[in-house]
Design a protein around this ligand. Structure first.
Ligand code: C2E
Ligand code: CA
Ligand code: CA
Ligand code: CA
Length: 276
């Protein structure tokens, strides 16, 4: 038993070693990516269900590595958050998105994702204020998307920061609604300007389970009662759109309307994005 324990410990240390080395590699690569400007922003259209017209664009980060391959944020944001690199990366995203949007012919809104780490580690209101002035983007054109994870770590501090952000004139959306443990209490703690219903509910809508329809209806009812518009993400089919429309959903986003694309391609769609 003793020998096997020693063996286990050795294996464990070898694993740890490997994990640490892998993390170091990614960290170093991310640092270089920032310096060498290997990050790009893609934009995905959001539209009003009622008018069928674009209401804004979600800004989604892409990393184009040395081989010219796009790496998904799902694969590098967690490492960036662990190492703190999300702070300079997140600042780059905000500045770049505001700078690009300020030059658009149409004054569409942009929705930028914020990491919980950004909310707890920087003077975000000051940074956002500074970037708005620097780029000349009207505050009303900037929406910040935050998940409830950002809220639960320190609810009091976070709501204070969010209130300061709103005082600048930007709007705040609750992202991934319904995936966490405390979505409802989070809604109670802060007056969000929008609820983003997570994509997982859209996936379930296609299944036979009647529960997902009931849950979507319930979320739309909550939004309506609190006068908070609801945007459904991950809308891929006309059936999903029809259901959401019938239930009074305000806005939609998903492959049915458009994939996340480089700035120029995303903007070339024109005003009507939902086919009549
Ligand atoms: P999210 O905020 O939930 O963003 C929506 C994700 O769903 C995006 O994945 C988008 O490409 C994808 N999506 C949109 N419509 C559809 C659809 O109809 N079908 C399917 N299957 N997927 C759809 P993406 O771009 O890979 O981003 C993943 C996550 O990475 C985002 O999830 C967000 O949490 C995070 N992220 C992206 N950019 C940033 C950023 O600049 N900063 C931070 N902190 N996080 C970011
Ligand atoms: Ca988002
Ligand atoms: Ca989501
Ligand atoms: Ca998310």
């Amino acid at each position: 038993a003793k020998a096997s324990l020693t063996q286990d410990v050795c294996f464990y240390e070898a694993d740890m070693d490997q994990a640490v080395r892998a993390r170091r590699r990614v960290t170093q690569a991310l640092r270089e990516a920032l310096e060498r400007e290997q990050f790009e922003l893609h934009y995905q259209v959001q539209a009003s269900v009622e008018t069928g017209k674009a209401t804004g664009y979600e800004v989604l980060l892409r990393w184009k590595n040395d081989e010219g391959r796009y790496i998904s944020p799902v694969d590098f944001i967690p490492v960036a958050e662990e190492t703190g690199l999300i702070l300079p990366i997140g600042e780059w995203v905000l500045r770049q998105a505001c700078r690009q949007a300020a030059a658009w012919a149409e004054p569409h809104r942009i929705a930028v994702n914020l990491s919980p780490v950004q909310l707890s580690h920087v003077d975000l209101p000051r940074l956002v204020h500074q970037i708005l002035i620097e780029t000349g983007l009207s505050p009303s054109r900037l929406e910040l998307e935050i998940t409830e994870t950002a809220m639960i770590t320190d609810m009091e501090r976070t709501t204070h920061v969010l209130r300061q952000l709103k005082a600048l004139g930007v709007t705040v959306a609750m992202d991934d609604f319904g995936t966490g443990y405390s979505s409802l209490s989070t809604l109670k703690a802060f007056p969000f300007d929008k609820i983003k219903l997570d994509r997982s509910f859209m996936l379930e809508l296609d299944g036979a389970a009647p529960q997902s329809r009931a849950i979507i209806r319930a979320v739309l009812t909550i939004g309506e009662s609190l006068s908070i518009p609801v945007l459904a993400e991950g809308v891929e089919t006309a059936e999903q759109l029809a259901f959401l429309r019938a239930q009074g959903c305000n806005e939609v986003q998903g492959y049915l309307l458009g994939r996340p694309q480089p700035e120029a391609d995303a903007l070339s769609h024109g005003a009507a994005v939902i086919p009549a």
